[in-house]
Each structure stands twice: as structure tokens, then as C-alpha cells.
Design a binder for this molecule. Structure first.
Ligand SMILES: [Zn+2]
Ligand SMILES: [Zn+2]
Length: 331
């Protein structure tokens, strides 16, 4: 049996003991060692995530050790440490066939439509697993997926060394984004954030925290909105220089709208980009975490055993610290 965090299909999540099956022919069974909580989990728990399947074990940012290998799996063995890409494309639609699996028409996702990793054990298709570099602790490995999503966003921003970048919002994704922009060679990385505590995290990754009032027109070559609100999406468009790129990284409510002036986009030749999940960025994310160039210790502010899940969930719901990581092993 496995203690698991389940979305019952109504508001909230429940901790229950479940049977986790043996892996199928092309699957792995993993003993989960670290599982990060994400904003998506809150959306699922409040019933605002239409893709989530009632009764699913949530958790899509997890790492662990292989305890069982399906009979047809090649290239993995028991005892190896892996991290998981939760996004599973159908491999047959137009988008999968044109190297854009993140735009798949029929995707599945561990922790959303299939049982995930907020659990002592998890079963997953072997191609979703990536080997963890030697010496990288589980709570750092569990950051691979959110960092991979942020890498895709930064790729789309197309930052060139020496450019000035602005990030709006210093949640986990905003701080990861700032750390990547520093690593990518921005001359200056400013991060606008109203909370004083979160501004302190920004300094630790080598970026410069600023108060939202000091965000001004045309102040950066590249702007990354990591909040998900119409107001900050609009601020991002104002704050970019002529010819610049705005990446809307934050997840807005599906019905939200943003008022932008088409003339302004025309006259200043702006690019506004959306970014979705982590296509082909898991390996680079792991390489960055393994290299020590991303200060994961600043990002993981909470390590809480699974048997104190309520504490982890309240810290996460209240937005305390940055990344809340659940450690089933230490229960
Ligand atoms: Zn997530
Ligand atoms: Zn597809």
C-alpha cells in the first residue's frame, strides 16, 4: 500500500492509503523521494482545472528510485534514481508528428489525468523517466520539471547576452526565470515583486528586486510575466522596449482578458509570446541543476514529510516561501 494525496473530484485533496500496482510491460515503479507542490495542484483542488480526473493521485514534480521494472523496459534498472517528465503526448496527432508534443491534441499528464507522485510509490511509462546526476539530492531533482518549463519560456524570450531583462513576480517560477536570465548573460535582471520576503530570494539568485511602482515604460529588452494576472500582463507590454519581446509565463484564469493597444504593438514592433510546458528541455534542466549554476537551495524553502501533508498544503496555499517539497521517505 502507498500513502497518496488524491483529488476526490470535489473541492480539496485527501490523504489515503492506495494500492499501487506493479508496472506494466513498458512502465517503471518508483519509490518517490521528493515531490514538489505547484500552483496547478491548487487549481485542481479547487475544481478549476478541467483536464484533471476525479480520483487521481496528484503531484507532477517528482523524483525517486526505481524499485521495479516492466518486462519490456530497456535502459533502466532497479536502484537507479530518476526524475519524471509528467507530460505524455499521444505521439499520433498533427502536433506530435511535427516535433511539437507540448501542443498535442490528446495529452495525458501524471498527477492530472494519470496517478502522479504525491505518493510513496508511483508507476509511470519508462520514456517519461530521466536519470538524476550523481550527488543531486531528491528535492533538487524534483525541481527539474518547473525549471524545464521556465527554460522553454526563456528560450522563447530569445534573450541575447548584454540585454536588460525584467521579470514580473517572484514566485518559484519568477525566481527560476530570473536565475536562468542571469545565467544566460543578461546585463541586468530586474524582478518586480510586492512582497518583501520574496524580494530577498531574488537577490540570492543574482537578480535585482524592485517594487512594482518602479516598473516604467520601455525599461527592458525582454519582459517575463510570471504572475498570471491581467494587470501584470498589461504592465509587461508597457515595460518592454520598442522591438522587444514579452513572454506571458503566468497562468491566467481561462476567462481573463487583457486590454492592449494594437497601434502600440504595431508602432513599437512588439512580440508577445505564450509558453506552455517543457518541450525538449528536461535534459538541459537536469544539466543546469547538476552543474550547480542554479541555486536550487534558495528555491526549495520547505521540506515536509508526507505524514505532515496538511502542513505542506497550508504553507503552499498561503504562498509561504517559494517551493514546498514533500518528502515521502522521511515519513
Ligand atoms: Zn507544475
Ligand atoms: Zn499528440
Amino acid at each position: 500500500m502507498s500513502v497518496s494525496v488524491v483529488w476526490p473530484g470535489r473541492e480539496g485533496v485527501e490523504v489515503e492509503s492506495r494500492n499501487v500496482p506493479s508496472p506494466g510491460s513498458d512502465e517503471l515503479k518508483v519509490r518517490v523521494e521528493a515531490s514538489g507542490l505547484c500552483g496547478t495542484d491548487l487549481h485542481i483542488a479547487s475544481g478549476e482545472y478541467p483536464f484533471a480526473r476525479p480520483g487521481v493521485t496528484i503531484g507532477h514534480e517528482f523524483a525517486g528510485t526505481i524499485v521495479e521494472v516492466g518486462p519490456d523496459v530497456e535502459g533502466f534498472s532497479v536502484g537507479e534514481r530518476v526524475v519524471v517528465d509528467p507530460n505524455i503526448p499521444c505521439r499520433t496527432c498533427e502536433f506530435c508528428h511535427s516535433s511539437r508534443p507540448h501542443l498535442c491534441e490528446n495529452p495525458q499528464a501524471l498527477g492530472v489525468t494519470l496517478n502522479g507522485g504525491l505518493s510513496e510509490f508511483a508507476v509511470l511509462p519508462a520514456p517519461q523517466a530521466y536519470r538524476v546526476p550523481e550527488g543531486l539530492p531528491p528535492e533538487a531533482a524534483a525541481l527539474t520539471e518547473p525549471l524545464a518549463c521556465t527554460l522553454h519560456a526563456v528560450d522563447l524570450g530569445d534573450l541575447r547576452p548584454g540585454e536588460r531583462a525584467l521579470v514580473l513576480g517572484a514566485g518559484p517560477i519568477g525566481v527560476l526565470c530570473a536565475a536562468l536570465l542571469v545565467a544566460a548573460g543578461a546585463s541586468e535582471v530586474l524582478v518586480s515583486e510586492p512582497s518583501r520576503e520574496r524580494r530577498d530570494h531574488v537577490r540570492k539568485v543574482g537578480a535585482e528586486p524592485v517594487e512594482p511602482e518602479s516598473v516604467s515604460e520601455g525599461m527592458a529588452d525582454k519582459v517575463f510575466e510570471c504572475v498570471g494576472r491581467s494587470g501584470t500582463m498589461r504592465d509587461a507590454v508597457e515595460a518592454v522596449k520598442p522591438g522587444g519581446t514579452v513572454v506571458w509565463v503566468g497562468v491566467a484564469p481561462p476567462e481573463a482578458e487583457v486590454a492592449v493597444r494594437p497601434y502600440d504593438i504595431f508602432r513599437r514592433e512588439l512580440t508577445i509570446r505564450g509558453t506552455y510546458t517543457n518541450p525538449f528541455t528536461m535534459e538541459r534542466s537536469l544539466a543546469l541543476l547538476g552543474s550547480g549554476r542554479i541555486d536550487w537551495e534558495t528555491i526549495v524553502t520547505h521540506r515536509i514529510p508526507l505524514d505532515r501533508f496538511e502542513d505542506a498544503w497550508s504553507a503552499h496555499s498561503e504562498g509561504a516561501g517559494l517551493k514546498v517539497c514533500v518528502l515521502p521517505e522521511s515519513s
